[in-house]
Design a binder for this molecule. Structure first.
Ligand code: ATP
Ligand code: MG
Length: 431
């Protein structure tokens, strides 16, 4: 039996890796244009961090977290998300004092033990951003502008930003009680998961995908109708600012978020064509989380995009071979063992000018090497056979014109002079 990968853990093949890199570059560009600085966070954290932030009764911690006991007995978790780590790092490194208004972004793998399916894996990557120290509506509006600009820069198709307010410590407890009361009255119509959520996490009743639960909850009270005056004013101001800034959002009063720490503004970005896993990103305000993790009373708002879903929602249609190599411009074709050394040396020197050079196998016939040059779309083939080694001068085949140029340059010639010679016989791009 071959050893295979673990269920829900996948390999990213070159085509996809190239697209991921492009998505990350585009996103980084937008984040930096907003003044965000990058932070690198550990993949492992104490399990306690997520219990205290994401919430011990959340699906992520209760059902999906990979956790194990370290050799010294400490409970260790593979991070399921990035916000908790970012907040921990912000507090632990004294940034709450040195950077009282801070914008940080991160990217990297996250781990959740969910049922794998298209767009849902046990290891996936997120690009996230956290904005600390501002609780005004303009900070929320700026964050949503950033979200919209990232979607545009990445080229996500058919995006919609769903927006809701989840209230705060003043108005949510009473609403939560009203919701759980409503749920208890409809308990017989709810799935077993929702029955368990009734007391522990009633907000999740609203976004259960089960048709029976959806129907039962259709007349449930909504947070947006139970906001206290300050939450109401904050939400209205966010909407007004987004209107002025030209960012379109859709009110979705049933959208709640999976993490316990959200308050007031919550949002989700959905894209078309992704099927059931249509959320490419989500986020919200989490005032109170910094204090909950031992820091000062400090506001925060942030979001995370899923890289795999950004890719699914933005990639061009068509075949994905998964094996596209970097565009090699020159194939070095040594024919016979005597050519191997000079070919290796020449290829190295040409690469130093920025050229992409792939070296063929000296044991193969020239015809087979030429076939490979075709396959990889090489612009030129540098042929070093016995005759070339004897004369000390290379033969170059112009693949576009299907023409050989004998003794085009000397094997000891200066690399930039060789590039100039190649440019004289035909146009080519350096990279
Ligand atoms: P979902 O409703 O799809 O489970 P979520 O609310 O659990 O999403 P968040 O915790 O908000 O997701 O994470 C932000 C983003 O990370 C999601 O919008 C999604 O794009 C991505 N994401 C979350 N879980 C996974 C996963 N298991 N596999 C791939 N991407 C994921
Ligand atoms: Mg989830």
């Amino acid at each position: 039996m071959n050893v295979t990968s673990i269920k829900g853990f996948r390999d990213v093949l070159p085509d996809e890796a190239a697209r991921r890199r492009a998505i990350l570059d585009a996103t980084r560009g937008v984040l930096e244009s907003y003044g965000y600085a990058e932070i690198e966070l550990p993949l492992l954290e104490k399990g306690e961090l997520f219990q205290r932030s994401v919430g011990a009764t959340s699906d992520i911690v209760e059902k999906e977290m990979y956790a194990f006991e370290d050799r010294d007995g400490t409970l260790i978790a593979l991070r399921p998300e990035g916000t908790a780590s970012a907040v921990r790092a912000y507090v632990e490194n004294g940034l709450t004092r040195s950077l009282p208004v801070g914008r940080l972004w991160y990217s990297g793998p996250m781990f959740r033990r969910e049922r794998p399916q298209k767009g849902r894996y046990r290891q996936f990557s997120q690009i996230g951003a956290e904005f600390f120290g501002r609780d005004d509506a303009a900070a929320d509006a700026e964050t949503l502008c950033l979200v919209a600009d990232i979607c545009a820069a990445v080229g996500v198709r058919g995006t919609r930003i769903d927006l809701n307010s989840l209230g705060d410590a003043a108005c949510r407890p009473a609403y939560r009680e009203a919701l759980s009361e409503y749920g208890r009255l409809h308990a017989s119509e709810l799935c077993t998961d929702c029955c368990a959520r009734l007391e522990r996490n009633p907000l999740r009743l609203l976004d259960c995908k089960n048709p029976g639960c959806k129907a039962a909850m259709s007349a449930a009270p909504l947070m947006i109708d139970h906001l206290c005056d300050p939450c109401r004013a904050h939400h209205d101001e966010v909407l007004r600012l987004l209107g002025v800034a030209g960012v379109a959002v859709t009110a979705n009063p049933r959208m709640v978020r999976g993490l316990d720490y959200y308050c007031r503004t919550a949002f989700e970005v959905v894209a078309e064509g992704l099927g059931a896993q249509d959320a490419v990103g989500g986020g919200g305000r989490y005032d109170g989380l910094v204090a909950a993790l031992g820091g000062p009373d400090m506001a925060g708002i942030g979001f995370a995009f899923g890289l795999e879903r950004l890719d699914l929602a933005s990639r061009p249609d068509g075949d994905d071979l998964g094996v596209a190599a970097a565009a090699v411009k020159i194939l070095m074709a040594p024919v016979g063992e005597a050519a191997a050394g000079p070919a290796l040396a020449l290829a190295r020197r040409l690469r130093q000018t920025g050229l992409r050079v792939e070296m063929e196998s000296p044991g193969r016939r020239l015809k087979a090497q030429m076939k490979h040059a075709d396959k990889i779309g090489a612009r030129f083939v540098v042929i070093l056979g016995d005759a070339e080694i004897a004369s000390g001068r290379a033969t170059v085949r112009d693949m576009r014109a299907q023409l050989d140029h004998a003794s085009l340059f000397g094997l000891a010639d200066d690399a930039t002079a060789i590039v100039t010679k190649l440019e004289q016989i035909g146009q080519f791009e350096q990279r």
